[in-house]
Every structure is written in structure tokens, then in C-alpha cells.
Design a protein around this ligand. Structure first.
Ligand code: CA
Ligand code: CA
Length: 484
């Protein structure tokens, strides 16, 4: 007896159920219940912008009038709203007759109802605040911005291009040359208030500045940044990103941002993950790559960090007098350039490769109260002390390669030798790495507890874990069959 019909019969049942449901909805719509408990199908408004003018007397529907049309559910000016079936947020589109084009604002745009602004492409359409106006202020509504460039937003408060206390999504877009100029201002491009959140996808934030915090992004609400570029932004603290709420940064390039006091990414009282990303500071900038403060927890994995900006510290995890529980984990990552890591509370360095010119490559401080876990890692500087404990307790110090220094407590299979690494280069995966050369003491010398993949995301399958961020001979299993 064949039983292969089971999936088909399930499909028939599912289709029948769906048809019945649609029929019931139709009946319900045709015969509303007398009690008033009518079933309401979801709808959304769609408005097409037909002019780039921001003048209230201009002919055609302007973006400002389109936003007002959505917010009031009544046509404003020449705008003609359509009500469509579906549960999307309200949509604002742009007539192809005004593309390519630019909207020059006469004042900021207020977003008071859930709205998606679907641009025609970041290369062909932009909204400019002409260095005088913020672009969008969002109350508690949701704002989605797609396929558009926002440029020259400016405010005397926070959020040069966008200030929001609601959820914001920016995708396939650019926010450039925007500023929060007030003394103590936050968020040169975007400031997210504590009631808001940010999804930044496949977008670029560059050339923005804030006087105080978050030259690119100031984040007081949760965030998710992926496949994006944040470069050449500037602030006193957090030249690229100031994170005061939990979030993730993945597949992104955070490069050449500048700060006068702090770091490229500053994390304060938040739990942040950075993965599969590249963080660099150029020789012309004066910053740390990452600064972790005040009850912060930071995990960096599968990433490349390079600081060419001079002496001092590239990654700093600092617990001030009243701060506790600052935890920094760096796993499957490569740190190159001039400066390494300093940690004041808890640091875990796992299967990572640090090769820097300044000494030390890794140091603990704060008078011996710090704790460290260092395993399967390469920690080498050009100077005389690769790793300095300053009295810190090493709870694990296993299968590491140093050339010198005093990180010799709880010693387990330490190797003091040149790690024999190839130059920083593209050996596969999303970030640059240093591949151990043939005969490197790193090969097959790690302990049993290494992660299942290396920095590139390649599986460590030979059963003998290599020390550092790269597993020699590992292959790209994820993409080997041509499918993700
Ligand atoms: Ca050395
Ligand atoms: Ca191996």
C-alpha cells in the first residue's frame, strides 16, 4: 500500500482550511454583526510624492504633505491617498517623473504615524537638510527609510538626520554629512531615544558628527546593525557609535572614525555583540577602537581590529570606581596594527591572534583585581612585554603563544616562540586574517575547547585545534555547495 499521499492530503486539508477561512471573512464582511463586533481586515495608506518642492504652494504632492496625509488619513494639498489591503505600514513612494531628484527641506519633517518611505534608490534620490534642518523627527511612531540618501541634516539638539523615540529601520540607504552641533549633542546621523530602537541594514553612515556622543549613531534603545559601513564620523565619545542599550553589529565596516576623548565604538551599561566585522582606525585619527565602560558586556567574535593611530590602547575595558561587572570577550578575532588590549575587570581572550607593534599587546591593570582567561591565543608585540598581568589573576592560561611577558600563571602548554604567521590578508571569510605558515608552532597546538569554526566561519574539522583565529586547512563548508 502506498502512503506517499500523506503530504498531498495535508496540503489539500491546508488549502481547504484556508478557503474556508477566506469564505468566513467574506461572510463576516458582508454581514456585519449587529453588536458592532465587525471583523476589520488590515489596510494601509499609500501616497505617491509628485514634486521635489517643499513649498506649501507648489503644484503636486510634496513629501511633507504626503506625511501629513498619512498622519491625518485625509488628502493634504495635491496628495491622493489610496487605501490598500494588507498589514504593511503606510507607504510613501516617489513618482518616477521626479527621479533622479533632491528634496531641499525648509524645516524638519515630523513623523507621527507609522510610515515607510520607499525611495527610488540611494544613488538617484536624496533629501537634504541643507545644513540647517534635521531631516526626520519621529515621535512614538515607526519610521522605515529605504533606498534613499539623507544628507546635510543638522540640529542644535540630538540626531542630525533622525531623532526618534520609536522604532526606526534604515535599509539600503545612506546618511551622510549630518550634524548634532549643540554643546553636549548626541547622534550626528541618528539619535535613538530610550523608547526607540534601530535596525540598520546594508546602509552607510559617513561624514557625520556630534559634539559629545555618537558621531554616527547614539543608541539609547536596542539596535541591530548589519552589513553596513560606518566611516569618517566624529564625536568626543563614540566617534562611530555610542551604545547605551543592548545590540549587535555584524558584517559591518567601522572604519576611520575619530574622537577627541574616547573611542570609535563606546559601550556603556549595555550588552553588545560585534561579529564578522572590521574595525579600523587610520593613522590620522586619535581614538581607541572600542571602549567598554560602566557595567558593560562586550563580545567580539570573527572580527578584525586594526589600530594604526599610535601608542596606548586599542581596545579598553574599564571599570571605574563605581563600576562592576565589565566583561570583555574576544573570540576568533585578529588584532593588528599598533595597539592591543587593556582590561581592568574581566577579559576572556579565546582563539584570537594579536600581533601589534606597541607593547604590551595585552595588559591588565587596576592593582590586581582584574581576572583573565586566555586560551588558544597568540599574543605578540614588537616590544619586550607581550602580556602584562600587573597582578591580575589568570583563571585560565592555556595553550597560548607569547614571545615574552609575565602572563605565566596557571601555565598549561604555553609556547614562547615566533608564531610564524603570514601577512594580514584575505584568506577567505568576511574579514582579514593572518594565516599560520607551514611549520608554525600554532598548528594543531590548541586545547580541546576551541570553537567549532574559525574567524572566517570555516569549520575546524581536523580534530587538532590550531592556536589563534585561523584553522589551517579549514574550508568554507557553509558555501561549499554554492548555497548559503
Ligand atoms: Ca614581544
Ligand atoms: Ca589543526
Amino acid at each position: 500500500m502506498k502512503s506517499v499521499d500523506a503530504p498531498n492530503s495535508q496540503r489539500v486539508i491546508a488549502m481547504t482550511t484556508k478557503l474556508l477561512f477566506v469564505l468566513l471573512l467574506a461572510i463576516a464582511a458582508a454581514f456585519p454583526l449587529s453588536s458592532g463586533a465587525q471583523i476589520v481586515l488590515p489596510t494601509y495608506l499609500q501616497v505617491v510624492v509628485g514634486t521635489t518642492s517643499d513649498d506649501v504652494n507648489a503644484v503636486g504632492c510634496s513629501l511633507r504633505q504626503a506625511l501629513a496625509t498619512v498622519a491625518s488619513d485625509a488628502n493634504v494639498g495635491d496628495c491622493q491617498r489610496q487605501r490598500l489591503a494588507g498589514d504593511r505600514p503606510n507607504q510613501i513612494l516617489f513618482d518616477s517623473a521626479i527621479v533622479p531628484g533632491q528634496i531641499i527641506l525648509t524645516q524638519q519633517l515630523d513623523v507621527t504615524a507609522d510610515t515607510a518611505i520607499n525611495g527610488p534608490g540611494q544613488e538617484v534620490f536624496q533629501i537634504s537638510g541643507v545644513g540647517a534642518h534635521r531631516i526626520f523627527q519621529v515621535s512614538t511612531a515607526e519610521l522605515v527609510v529605504r533606498d534613499i540618501t539623507l544628507t546635510q541634516g543638522s540640529t542644535m539638539a540630538d540626531g542630525g538626520a533622525i531623532l526618534s523615540d520609536g522604532p526606526v529601520t534604515v535599509s539600503n540607504s545612506r546618511i551622510i554629512n549630518s550634524r548634532a552641533t549643540s554643546i553636549g549633542g548626541f547622534g550626528g546621523a541618528i539619535a535613538i531615544e530610550s523608547g526607540g530602537s534601530l535596525l540598520l541594514r546594508s546602509s552607510e553612515i559617513s561624514g557625520c558628527s556630534a559634539d559629545f556622543g555618537g558621531g554616527g549613531l547614539s543608541l539609547r534603545g536596542p539596535f541591530e546593525i548589519s552589513d553596513s559601513i560606518i566611516s569618517n564620523n566624529d564625536a568626543q565619545n563614540g566617534g562611530a557609535v555610542l551604545a547605551i542599550a543592548d545590540g549587535t553589529i555584524s558584517g559591518s565596516q567601522i572604519t576611520n572614525n575619530n574622537t577627541s576623548l574616547g573611542s570609535s565604538i563606546q559601550v556603556s551599561a549595555a550588552n553588545v555583540v560585534v561579529e564578522s566585522s572590521t574595525l579600523t582606525a587610520g593613522s590620522g585619527t586619535s581614538e581607541r577602537l572600542i571602549e567598554l565602560l560602566a557595567d558593560g558586556v562586550l563580545r567580539v567574535s570573527g572580527s578584525h581590529l586594526q589600530d594604526l593611530s599610535g601608542t596606548g590602547v586599542g581596545v579598553l575595558a574599564l571599570d571605574g570606581a563605581n563600576f562592576t561587572n565589565v566583561e570583555l570577550t574576544i573570540e576568533n578575532s585578529t588584532i593588528t596594527g599598533s595597539r592591543g588590549i587593556a582590561a581592568q575587570n574581566f577579559l576572556a581572550l579565546l582563539n584570537s591572534t594579536i600581533t601589534v607593534t606597541e607593547t604590551p599587546a595585552l595588559q591588565f591593570f587596576s592593582g590586581g583585581t582584574a581576572r583573565g582567561r586566555i586560551a588558544n591565543s597568540i599574543v605578540v608585540s614588537d616590544g619586550a612585554d607581550d602580556c602584562v598581568t600587573n597582578g591580575a589573576t589568570l583563571v585560565e592560561n592555556s595553550h597560548n603563544i607569547y614571545t615574552d611577558g609575565d602572563c605565566t600563571d596557571v601555565q598549561e602548554n604555553l609556547i614562547f616562540a615566533d608564531p610564524a604567521l603570514g601577512p594580514l590578508s584575505d584568506y577567505g571569510g568576511p574579514t582579514l586574517t593572518r594565516l599560520p605558515l607551514a611549520g608554525s608552532p600554532a598548528i594543531d597546538a590548541g586545547n580541546l575547547f576551541c570553537p567549532g569554526t574559525d574567524q572566517r566561519g570555516f569549520a575546524r574539522t581536523d580534530g587538532l585545534c590550531d592556536i589563534g583565529a585561523i584553522e589551517v586547512g579549514a574550508t568554507d563548508t557553509l558555501f561549499a555547495d554554492g548555497f548559503e
